[in-house]
Write a new protein. Structure first.
Length: 161
């Protein structure tokens, strides 16, 4: 499938550079986004699958590394066709079924004892049921999930040509 991207890779590189700087400014070790606009801003992945609340998309970011995307198995090829990111993981099932994969990514990115910003704020949505988020917290007791929306708004306020 040919890559159909909204922006060139250099645009995403600039976004990541700003995100890494802001993560340090806000004292965040990681960032987890699930709101469509924030997710697409970081990954470029375009999908009509946002109509389903049962199978969320995630982008997980740590400083000095492009995001890791976690999408449903059926969305994997669509992701590869609209995002230049190479690190995309998939799972099969519903939102709760994604949690072990998400937890593995947190461990891989050394976020076992960390402050992770989540898009909790104004004009954002959690992207998974609250009960699923509570299960995620229980699986990752060392992680403090905090409101990452101030960082995300600062990041997305900057517009480029």
């Amino acid at each position: 499938m040919p890559l159909i991207s909204d922006f060139p890779p250099s645009e995403y590189e600039q976004r990541y550079q700003r995100a890494w700087t802001l993560m340090r400014t806000y004292g965040l070790d990681g960032l987890l986004v699930m709101t469509e606009s924030n997710y697409r801003y970081l990954t470029g992945h375009r999908s009509q699958f946002w109509v389903s609340n049962a199978r969320p998309f995630y982008a997980i970011m740590v400083p000095d590394r492009p995001p890791v995307a976690l999408v449903t198995f059926t969305e994997g090829e669509v992701f590869r066709g609209s995002s230049w990111l190479e690190d995309v993981r998939t799972w099969l099932g519903f939102a709760d079924d994604s949690l072990p994969f998400l937890t593995d990514i947190f461990r891989e990115l050394h976020l076992k004892r960390a402050r992770v910003g989540v898009d909790f704020g104004l004009e954002m949505r959690l992207g998974i049921p609250l009960t699923t988020f509570r299960k995620l917290e229980a699986l990752n007791r060392g992680i403090t999930f905090v409101d990452g929306s101030p960082l995300l708004w600062d990041l997305r306020l900057i517009k480029t040509p």
